[in-house]
Design a protein. Structure first.
Length: 269
């Protein structure tokens, strides 16, 4: 059974499509809304209205029809499109996200994929022999339930943070370019914040100063971890929060390998 956040996301995508089309909630939208409580449905209503407004303002043609893609493109993690708008013989796809927190999840991947995609190395090569031994040890302990997923991650966040800092010091332009591919807050990501009380607090986008500076390769980039949140790596520009990478252990039994998952979260202003 899909979890409530997944139902919320699906309802938001379908509701935004309906608002763009000027339709009443369609049967598939009503089916998703039925799983939500009154407060959640109100959040979806507000989020869909604001997301549709954003899409109209950022689409360079008159929208004739919006189509919700569902899971059609989800097999390709780089093709995160939820709604496609059509008009004047043109199309544009948008990724829709709804949150009530101070940060939005923009990408889920593995620590091993971060090593490959950002650093261009296998994780066993990126890490020193001692660091890789720690990586393997905490993985074994996690499987044996000798440590939790957060403990597994906390052992590795300082290690990865140091790798990011070394990359920054060696070639900051390339590091920013590669990280931007994962943050992906370009014009076709519509990430809006609507609190549990039903208050709209704007969009996470490159319009925020630290993200704009990160994209423009300006400002001082700080990369660090904290004792109070030792499962995250923080990326600030000129002392303002831009985004962070959260890590946690994941293990689904004999059919899947234990691994460290990573989540890129962009901070709201």
């Amino acid at each position: 059974m899909p979890r409530s956040p997944e139902r919320l996301g699906k309802a938001h995508e379908k509701s935004t499509r309906d608002v763009l089309n000027g339709d009443d909630p369609q049967p598939d939208t009503e089916a998703q809304l039925a799983y939500l409580d009154d407060d959640q449905r109100e959040r979806v209503r507000i989020g869909a209205r604001e997301a549709a407004r954003f899409v109209r303002e950022h689409t360079p043609f008159a929208i004739e029809r919006a189509i919700e893609e569902g899971d059609a493109r989800k097999t390709d993690p780089t093709d995160d499109v939820d709604v496609v708008v059509h008009g004047e013989g043109r199309t544009k796809g948008y990724s829709l996200k709804l949150t009530s927190s101070t940060a939005i999840n923009v990408r889920n991947t593995l620590a091993s994929k971060v090593a490959e995609d950002v650093f261009g190395k296998d994780v066993s090569v990126l890490l020193t022999p001692e660091e890789f031994a720690t990586y393997e040890r905490v993985t074994r302990e996690f499987v044996a339930e000798e440590c939790g997923g957060s403990d597994m991650a906390a052992a590795m966040t300082p290690v990865f943070a140091e790798k990011f800092r070394a990359f920054r010091d060696a070639d900051e332009a390339t590091l920013r370019e590669r990280l931007l591919e994962h943050v992906r807050l370009d014009a076709n990501v519509v990430a809006c914040k609507v609190t549990a009380a039903g208050n709209f607090h704007g969009f996470a986008s490159m319009e925020r100063a630290p993200l704009r500076k990160f994209q423009e390769e300006t400002g001082e980039l700080s990369i660090y971890t904290t004792e109070s949140n030792d499962t995250s790596i923080f990326f600030d520009v000129d002392d303002e929060a831009a985004f962070r990478i959260d890590m946690y252990g994941q293990y689904s039994g004999s059919t899947r390998k234990p691994r460290i998952k990573t989540v890129y979260r962009v901070t709201f202003g």
